[in-house]
Design a protein around this ligand. Sequence first.
Ligand SMILES: NC(=O)c1ccc[n+]([C@@H]2O[C@H](COP(=O)([O-])OP(=O)(O)OC[C@H]3O[C@@H](n4cnc5c(N)ncnc54)[C@H](O)[C@@H]3O)[C@@H](O)[C@H]2O)c1
Length: 262
Amino acid sequence: MRIGLVGYGKMGRMIESLALERGHSISAIVDPFTDADKKFPSGAPLCKDIASAGALEASDVVIEFTHPSTVLDNIKALTERKLPVVVGTTGWHDHLDEVSSWVAKSGSSLLWASNFSLGVNLFYEIAAFTAKLLDPYAEYDVGGWEAHHNKKADSPSGTAKTLVETVLKEMTRKSKAVYETLEHRPPAAEELHYPSLRVGSVPGTHSLFFDSPSDTIEITHTVRNREGLASGAIQAAEWLAAAERKGMFTMRDVLKTLSRKN
Ligand SMILES: NC(=O)c1ccc[n+]([C@@H]2O[C@H](COP(=O)([O-])OP(=O)(O)OC[C@H]3O[C@@H](n4cnc5c(N)ncnc54)[C@H](O)[C@@H]3O)[C@@H](O)[C@H]2O)c1
């Protein structure tokens, strides 16, 4: 499979190296801020933007890991070229409806996930199950927190939002997420409080507490390294390119196929 890379930062580099290990090739790398003199392991041409990246057209699929400020422009440019795209950048999910309409109009395909790690996607399923199980037991309140490195641009993380929305869907007692600091008031009964911490080099930790007067049931997912994220994005790209798929997809769709195989 020929993979185009848009964004050649921490994730783009790791995806390149894992993709080569899995026998894929890289058609082109798009990143306006990467050193053009540097030799890339894949030998792919470096382009400053999608518009001038002719070699990108030969991609079976494009993987996008850039920045919340540029991701929507990139998605638009890639879907207009009808290139199947896997989007890892977070911080744009409030625009899902708009993006869906671009994808539908162009007849292309887009797979997005706030977190590509297999473990996190299984963690969402565990969180949904636990929330549903504990919903009838009013003595168990629910809340949580997430931690990431101090260079992360968006807060709360996309993963935190997906996790909290997953819990809200299953818990009739909770209807509203609150990510901000609660100034001078306790949370209302229907609110689920889920603040963010930004510190050091933490790759990503998400916790949920189901807390009663007598005990706490705590579930936590801790990322140990970015490899799981990069390999999940490649598995998603393989899934998207494997069939004539049109429309919007998430890691849930990939997981359905993987769970049938395992
Ligand atoms: N969904 C997931 O599983 C997952 C995992 C890790 C990171 N992320 C998200 O992915 C994004 C990137 O993460 P990272 O750790 O690689 O960041 P990074 O800062 O290391 O790399 C981002 C790269 O994008 C490049 N870039 C900026 N504007 C660009 C443009 N217009 N076109 C092409 N490239 C451009 C930058 O030069 C940089 O090299 C962030 O939003 C992060 O939160 C998501």
